[in-house]
Design a protein. Structure first.
Length: 235
């Protein structure tokens, strides 16, 4: 059985693919997919795809966003700023920042609106059975038993997150190191960054937990948006 962790990157989507044998990961690979449709077309199809992108959107702006965004921030404490407020459907089609800014959307959230639209266009209630929203910082906090101390863009932050992943997958520590080395030496930063890969890897662990019925989500009883999509975050 295959699972996947997916994170947006400058070239599209970085996908960490893992094969499960019982409760153990016995194969691990990484690929870059240009579009989310390419991710969904992977063969064999992953049983669970955990993606770091909002799924399920409010019709209109609410301060702080969805209930799952609020809950995630409470868990992360000092790392709460890592959870941004997604756009409402009212401004999802905006291509200029000013109308989005008037709705209270941050520049960071506006910059990834094309990817949010890309996911929103393909997601259905049926597809959400295997494609779920997850958050890397929640996943890392669960691995470490606390929120990460350092920003993921810093060397200290990368080391901290790598330690958390390799502790969870000790038998694959050498493979993970090779994958990170390949990213660093073969792909320019304009394609994918070191932290993109770490995020995808930890989301694959969330997908693995979902297969084992060990994953958590916020909120426990998620509301649905007007398209019937659950507004939830798994970790």
């Amino acid at each position: 059985m295959w699972i996947a962790g997916v994170d947006g990157c400058k070239a599209g989507w970085v996908v960490a693919l893992a094969r499960l044998r019982g409760e153990r990961v016995d194969r691990l690979s990484v690929r870059i997919s240009p579009t989310i449709r390419d991710v969904l077309a992977l063969s064999p199809p992953p049983r669970i795809i955990a993606v770091d992108m909002p799924i399920g959107l409010l019709d209109r702006r609410q301060r702080g966003g969805r209930s799952c965004d609020w809950a995630a921030r409470r868990i992360l404490g000092r790392r709460a700023s890592c959870v941004f407020t997604p756009p409402s459907r009212r401004i999802l089609s905006a291509t200029a920042y000013e109308p989005a800014r008037r709705e209270g959307l941050s520049r960071q959230a506006f910059n990834i609106m094309p990817k949010i639209r890309e996911v929103d266009r393909v997601l259905t209630r049926r597809l959400q059975r295997r494609v779920v929203e997850a958050h890397p910082e929640l996943a890392f906090a669960r691995l470490a038993g606390r929120p990460m101390r350092f920003n993921k863009k810093t060397p200290a932050g990368r080391r901290e997150r790598l330690r958390a992943i390799t502790k969870a997958l000790p038998s694959l520590s050498a493979r993970i190191a090779r994958l990170l080395g390949e990213i660093t030496t073969t792909l320019p930063r304009r394609v994918v960054s070191h932290d993109d890969l770490l995020d995808a890897l930890v989301l694959a662990l969330t997908a693995m937990r979902m297969c084992g019925h060990e994953a958590l989500r916020v909120p426990e009883a998620p509301p649905r948006d007007r398209r019937g999509l659950r507004m939830e975050i798994w970790y």
